[in-house]
Design a binder for this molecule. Structure first.
Ligand SMILES: Cc1ncc(COP(=O)(O)O)c(C=O)c1O
Length: 358
């Protein structure tokens, strides 16, 4: 029996996609071998690699003046990759710190140049989108569009000529974004794109130049290295690229980003309503615009009662509802692959638990 998996990542995947992996494991499209076994130099892998890039371009509306890179090392490697690739010409970058991961990206960048906090919501435990002040001569401003741990999303428009670099690890493909508003978008694959093991970087081509690269940047960390070789500079995580392509096919069949956004709004509203209408649960983020659609946090404010909720939820087939240790309480991750049934089941369970424990 399959459970409802509310893990923050790696996360649940659609059953029909998992079945496709099963079907194709031994023989992909009559090739006599599975996608794990292809040489990354074989034409069949070119189809997978370029097919995944084309689908991502189509689904996100990525213009032709942007390069798509398939890398490894997770988003954490790009916390270094971003400054190393962009601070060469102008040594300044601004960071809007809206949570744990945003803070990690800022701290990583301070090693490479004059990096400052342009705005932070730390004073209220990252429960809102702060105001910010961006230096006009910064090489870039870095934001995190969704805060996986504290359950917020970045709700303010940034009006600037400075290139915006966005860590979209936990909400890429979950709602429409205008890619042209960004200089760089990057994300780990393990939430809305694939299983763990791939990092996607989408970068405007004019930002891919030798002068922008910090001289100590290793060859493997240079985006230009991978762009020149269509992300087959060295052996890429071939199977994960295949998983990404299959997930993107599923998303396209579903109706694309606009359609999944409707579903994500529906599911998030269902669970937030159950929390807001309860006597014992609360969510600290007051504005709906600031509330994450992907990672919904809530608590009873009583550690023992929270533990009871998690225990009973687990016994009822709802897994990984414990909040991150930095935030406490509960967290339900409703990524693209979560079914309406899963969100409904959780919302009903919250209501029932509330009735029984108020
Ligand atoms: C917003 C965000 N950025 C970065 C990371 C770190 O990603 P990785 O583990 O792929 O390095 C995470 C992980 O959950 C995340 O949620």
């Amino acid at each position: 029996m399959r459970v409802f998996n509310f893990c923050a990542g790696p996360s649940t995947m659609p059953v029909e996609v998992l079945k496709k992996f099963q079907d194709e494991m031994l023989d992909y499209h009559g090739s006599g071998m599975g996608p794990m076994e292809f040489s990354h130099r074989a034409p069949i892998y070119d189809e997978i690699n370029e097919g995944a890039m084309a689908l991502l371009r189509e689904l996100m509306g990525i213009p032709e003046n942007y390069e798509i890179l398939f890398l490894t090392g997770g988003a954490t490697t790009q916390f270094e990759g971003v400054p190393l690739n962009l601070l060469g010409k102008n040594n300044k970058a601004d960071y809007i710190v809206t949570g744990h991961w945003a803070n990690n990206s800022y701290k990583a960048a301070t090693k490479y140049g004059d990096c400052v906090v342009a705005g932070t919501s730390e004073d209220k435990k990252y429960t809102y989108t702060p105001d910010f002040n961006i230096r006009k001569d910064a090489a870039y401003v870095h934001i995190t569009t969704n805060n996986t741990i504290y359950g917020t999303r970045f709700s303010k428009k940034i009006d600037t000529n400075v290139p915006i670099v966005a860590d979209m690890s936990s909400n890429i493909l979950s709602q429409p974004y205008n890619v042209s508003d960004y200089g760089v978008i990057y994300a780990g694959s393990q939430k809305n794109m694939a299983c763990a093991g791939l990092t996607v970087v989408i970068v405007r081509k004019d930002l891919l130049n030798e002068e922008s690269i910090v001289s100590c940047c290793p060859n493997m960390m240079r985006w230009t290295t991978h762009a020149a070789k269509k992300s087959i500079f060295n052996t890429p995580p071939t199977y994960i690229v295949y998983v990404l392509k299959t997930m993107l096919e599923w998303l396209k069949k579903f109706g694309g980003v606009e359609k999944i956004y409707e579903q994500n709004l529906y599911q998030a509203k269902l669970v937030y309503d159950a929390i807001d209408n309860s006597k014992i649960f609360s969510n600290p983020i007051k504005s709906f615009e600031d509330r994450s659609l992907m990672n919904l946090i809530f608590t009873t404010g009583n550690e023992e009662l929270d533990a009871k909720f998690i225990k009973e939820a687990t016994a009822n087939g709802m897994l990984y509802l414990k909040g991150h240790r930095a935030a406490g309480g509960m967290r339900a991750s409703l990524y693209n692959a979560m079914s309406n049934e899963g969100a409904q089941y959780l919302a009903e369970f919250i209501k029932k638990f509330d009735m029984e424990n108020k």
